[in-house]
Ligand binder design. Structure first.
Ligand code: OSB
Ligand code: MG
Length: 372
C-alpha cells in the first residue's frame, strides 16, 4: 500500500440522549475520522474515539490533531509504503502513548489493507464467527422508574446483556431494582474508576446479585489495588481503562487484577494490539468482549470485526447505530441482522460506505495532507 494522502475530520454528532458516566455527561459526541487514500485508488477509513476533554482518557480531539500534524504525518511522509497495518506500529513506535490517535490511523490502514486483499475486515484479522452479540450500556440515569423502563425497552429490543453505569450513591439500589423487576437477566455494572478500596463494602453488596462482572471499579491507572479487590469478592472484575496494551494485560493477569478484559481496540492503539491480547487471552482462557466509546458507524465497524475474534466470550458494547444517533455517517447504518446480533458485512474492508455529504455535514473542520 502506498499512501497518497491522509485527511482528518473533526466530527461532532448530537446524541439522541445525554450519556452520563461517573466522569461526566456527553451530549455532543466528538471524534476524529481518518481517511487514507492510496496511490492505487483505494480509500480506507478509521475513527479515533477521542472526546472533547481528557475525561475517559487524556487524549482529546486537539491532542489528536496535534499529534497527527506534528508527528504522525511527518513519519508517514518518510514511510509512505507499508506492507501491512502492523508496519505502522513500527513507524510510530517512537511516539509514546496517544494510542487512540494511533488507532485512528491504524484502523484506516486495516480498512485499506483488507480492501486491497478484497477481503472483509473480519476475515483479514482472522475472525472466527460471522455474527456478534450485542449488549447495551446504560448511563447513570439517577431515576429508578426511568432506568427500569429503559432496561425493559432494550430487553424488548433484543439486547443480550444489560450494563449499567454506576457511581457512588447510584450502585446497589439500581442493581437491586433491576433484579427485582427483571430477574436473572445477564447484567453487569461499570464504575469507570469511581471508587477506592475504602468502599469495598459496596462491592461486597454487589457481590450478592450474580452480576456477570464489575467493570473498572478502581483507579484508571491501577492494577495492584484491583488485585486486592478481586481477592475479596467472587464477581469477576473486568478491566477497561487500566488495560492500554498487551503488557498491562499480562501484568494484570499475573497479579490477579481481573478475570475479564473489555478490549477497546482504540484504547490499546488498534487492531494489531487487539490480536496480541486475543492470542494471550486464548492461551490462558481469559474471556474478552469488545467495548465501545459511542462510535459512529466507522468506529463501530472495527468493533464488530474485533468481536469476531476467538477469545471474545461475552456480549459486547456494540449497539445498533440508532441507539445513539438519529442518522449515521455510514450506509447501511449498523442494525441487527438477527435479533440481538450484528453481522460483519461480506464486502471488502469495513463493508459499509461512508456517506461523504453527511460526514461533511457533521465535520467542524477538515485537514488534508498530501504525501505523494
Ligand atoms: O467505559 O465503557 C465505557 C462510553 C464512553 C466512554 C466509556 C465507556 C462508554 C460506554 C458506552 O460504556 C459503550 C458504547 O459505545 O455503547
Ligand atoms: Mg468501561
Amino acid at each position: 500500500m502506498e499512501i497518497e494522502s491522509i485527511t482528518f475530520y473533526h466530527v461532532v454528532m448530537r446524541l439522541r440522549d445525554v450519556f452520563e458516566t461517573s466522569f461526566g455527561a456527553t451530549r455532543d459526541r466528538h471524534c476524529v475520522v481518518v481517511r487514507v487514500d492510496s496511490t492505487e485508488g483505494l480509500t480506507g477509513w478509521g475513527e479515533a474515539p477521542v472526546d472533547e476533554g481528557p475525561w475517559y482518557s487524556y487524549e482529546t480531539v486537539y491532542t489528536t490533531l496535534y499529534v497527527y500534524r506534528e508527528f504522525i504525518v511527518p513519519l508517514l511522509r518518510k514511510n509512505r509504503v507499508l506492507e501491512h497495518p502492523r508496519d505502522f506500529l513500527e513507524v510510530s513506535s517512537r511516539i509514546r502513548g496517544y494510542k487512540m490517535a494511533k488507532a485512528g490511523v491504524e484502523f484506516a490502514l486495516w480498512d485499506l489493507y483488507s480492501k486491497s486483499l478484497k477481503q472483509p475486515l473480519y476475515r483479514a484479522i482472522g475472525g472466527v464467527r460471522d455474527r456478534v452479540e450485542s449488549g447495551v450500556s446504560i448511563g447513570v440515569i439517577g431515576d429508578m422508574d426511568k432506568l427500569l423502563k429503559l432496561v425493559g425497552f432494550f430487553l424488548d429490543h433484543g439486547y443480550r446483556r444489560i450494563k449499567i453505569k454506576i457511581s457512588p450513591g447510584w450502585d446497589v439500589e439500581p442493581v437491586r431494582a433491576i433484579r427485582r423487576e427483571y430477574g436473572d437477566i445477564p447484567l453487569q455494572v461499570d464504575a469507570n474508576a469511581a471508587y477506592t478500596l475504602k468502599q469495598v463494602d459496596v462491592f461486597k453488596k454487589l457481590d450478592e446479585y450474580g452480576l456477570l462482572m464489575i467493570e473498572q471499579p478502581l483507579h484508571y491507572e491501577d492494577l495492584y489495588e484491583h488485585s486486592i479487590l478481586q481477592s475479596a469478592i467472587r464477581t469477576p472484575i473486568c478491566l477497561d481503562e487500566s488495560i492500554k496494551s498487551l503488557r498491562d494485560a499480562v501484568a494484570g493477569y499475573r497479579l490477579g487484577s481481573y478475570r475479564v478484559i473489555n478490549v477497546k481496540p482504540a484504547r490499546i492503539g488498534g487492531l494489531q494490539e487487539a490480536l496480541l491480547i486475543n492470542d494471550f487471552a486464548a492461551k490462558h482462557g481469559i474471556p474478552l468482549w469488545i467495548g465501545g466509546m459511542l462510535e459512529t458507524g466507522i468506529g463501530r465497524s472495527f468493533q464488530v470485526a474485533a468481536a469476531t475474534l476467538s477469545a471474545v466470550k461475552y456480549p459486547n458494547d456494540i449497539s445498533e447505530s440508532q441507539r445513539y444517533y438519529e442518522e449515521d455517517i455510514v450506509e447501511p447504518a449498523w442494525s441487527f441482522a438477527e435479533r440481538g446480533f450484528l453481522k460483519p458485512l461480506k464486502k471488502p474492508g469495513i463493508g459499509v460506505e461512508v456517506d461523504i455529504d453527511r460526514l461533511e455535514k457533521y465535520s467542524t473542520r477538515k485537514y488534508r495532507f498530501k504525501l505523494a
